[in-house]
Write a protein that binds this ligand. Structure first.
Ligand code: HEC
Length: 139
């Protein structure tokens, strides 16, 4: 291949890969949630506290008090909705409006652990441990 042809080929390949990136970005913008975790990602943390800090804390804050600003992130502290264990499990599995889903990124043990942590920290004292099999049934 002569040099000008090679340069043209390299430019064409660069242009094509740029076009692919743009269409991937457009697809991401069309996704139902503004924030999506990279597909195929799996959380490796096992304890409820570690999972909470790695995921939920970014929006609901480390103290569970939530945040108000560019968006509204409800408090998980002093929130009667957190008392309803299945509701919390379903939120984590499927997401809710601006909250992303974690069902594909966490296994049943991890979901149970982070839900139990949420229900027993930040001043929350909700009784009744969530079990992995409860999570499985709600998937
Ligand atoms: C990207 C930000 C974000 C992350 C990360 C996130 N949430 Fe949320 N969460 C939200 C938003 C926003 C809402 C409110 C959704 C709505 O409009 O109803 C919400 C709602 C909730 C609710 C319902 C509260 C209520 O009063 O009805 C629970 C429970 C909850 N989140 C728990 C969690 C847990 C547990 C995690 C971690 C596994 C988590 N969230 C991670 C943004 C987030």
């Amino acid at each position: 291949m002569d040099r000008p042809t090679l340069i043209l080929r390299v430019m064409l390949m660069a242009w094509l890969s740029g076009a692919a990136t743009v269409s991937a970005q457009t697809a991401a913008q069309d996704a139902p949630h503004a924030f999506t975790i990279s597909p195929g990602y799996r959380f490796t943390e096992k304890s409820g506290g570690a999972l909470y800090n790695a995921t939920c804390a970014g929006c609901h804050m480390p103290d569970g008090k939530g945040a108000q600003g560019a968006g509204h992130y409800p408090a998980l502290a002093d929130n009667p909705a957190v008392g309803a264990a299945p509701y919390v499990i379903i939120n984590v599995l499927r997401g809710r409006k601006a909250m992303p889903s974690f069902g594909d990124e966490m296994n049943d043990d991890q979901v149970a652990a982070v839900v139990n942590y949420t229900r027993t920290h930040f001043g929350n004292r909700f009784a009744g441990d969530v079990t992995p099999s409860q999570v499985k049934d709600l998937r």
